[in-house]
Design a protein around this ligand. Structure first.
Ligand code: HXC
Length: 262
């Protein structure tokens, strides 16, 4: 565990798997600017580390994150928010990190916490986790992509209801509605299965994994025709990788591929 950080802990719990644990327990992992700054630094380090193939982001059994730090935001003025690009650095997560980012969500994932999970590539959760966009109750609205990513995930009808009411939804619902890929009965089971999946992904060619993540995420930005064309270009480009030769040769020879990550 890396002691250079105050609000997060970084570890390598499995071969090839980096884990970032949000660690501000007294405020249920409220996402203050200093916490986000540390998170971005840790993710950049893991992304640049040749030994890491996948990254897991998690919180505590009680809270993934209960939102942006309300006490920090309360006195902010429009001109301060605007001129300091408040919240903009959160998007580093989606633009700077090229390795797959898996969110393991237990407990509260509210407001910015829900949005942080939605920025990850894959969400696993617990049945009784509590997701929600309760900003409306504070006199404001989602500000880190919630109205867009949640709507793409659950459809307009459910997203509109959730964002206008501030109602929470459970991990079980998150899995049923396609926000999360799976839900598990306990935090322990969640962590075990998330790490197992991350380790599996980290065992593949980094070139292919990063390309796969990139093309799936493009589906959220592009029209179908453009997305399919983008996928085909990237697919063609992978014939220029060594690992495509390694993988297909190993299949033909009934051997285990020895990835070169090139
Ligand atoms: C700052 C927070 C916080 C938050 C909890 N705390 N959430 N501090 N920002 N988002 C603090 C509490 O003030 C309290 O501190 C301590 O954590 C424990 O919380 P309690 O409320 O006492 O716990 P509990 O009764 O169990 O209730 C849990 C809870 C509630 C339902 C999650 O804390 C809650 O409603 N939190 C706010 C959720 C929310 O509105 N999130 C959206 C924020 S807006 P003390 O010092 O009193 O012990 C947002 C905007 C995003 O995220 C836009 C761009 C990113």
């Amino acid at each position: 565990s890396d002691t250079a950080y105050k609000y997060i802990a970084v570890s390598e719990p499995r071969p090839g798997v980096g884990q970032v644990t949000l660690n501000r327990p007294k405020s249920l992992n409220a996402l203050s600017t200093p916490l986000i700054t540390e998170l971005n630094a840790a993710l950049r380090t893991l992304d640049a580390s040749p030994s890491i193939g996948a990254i897991v982001l998690t919180g505590s059994p009680k809270a993934f994150a209960a939102g942006a730090d309300i006490k920090e935001m309360a006195p902010l003025t429009f001109s301060e928010a605007y001129t300091t690009s408040f919240i903009e650095s959160w998007s580093d997560l989606t633009t700077a990190v090229k390795k797959p980012l898996l969110a393991a969500v237990s407990g509260y994932a509210l407001g910015g916490g829900c949005e942080l999970a939605l920025m990850c590539d894959l969400i696993y959760t617990t049945t009784d986790a509590q997701f929600g966009q309760p900003e409306i109750k504070l006199g404001t609205i989602p500000g880190a992509g919630g109205s867009q990513r949640l709507t793409r995930a659950v459809g307009k009808a459910r997203a509109m209801e959730l964002i206008l009411t501030g109602n929470f939804f459970s991990g079980e619902e998150a899995a049923r509605w396609g926000v999360a890929a799976r839900c598990y009965a306990t935090h322990e089971e969640l962590m075990e299965e998330t790490l197992k999946t991350a380790e599996k992904i980290a065992g593949y060619s980094k070139v292919a994994v990063m390309a796969a993540k990139e093309v799936v995420n493009k589906s959220q930005d592009l029209a179908l025709r453009d997305g399919v064309e983008f996928e085909r270009r990237v697919f063609h480009s992978l014939f220029g990788s060594n690992d495509q030769k390694v993988g297909m040769k190993a299949f033909a020879e009934k051997q285990k591929p020895e990835w070169t990550h090139s």
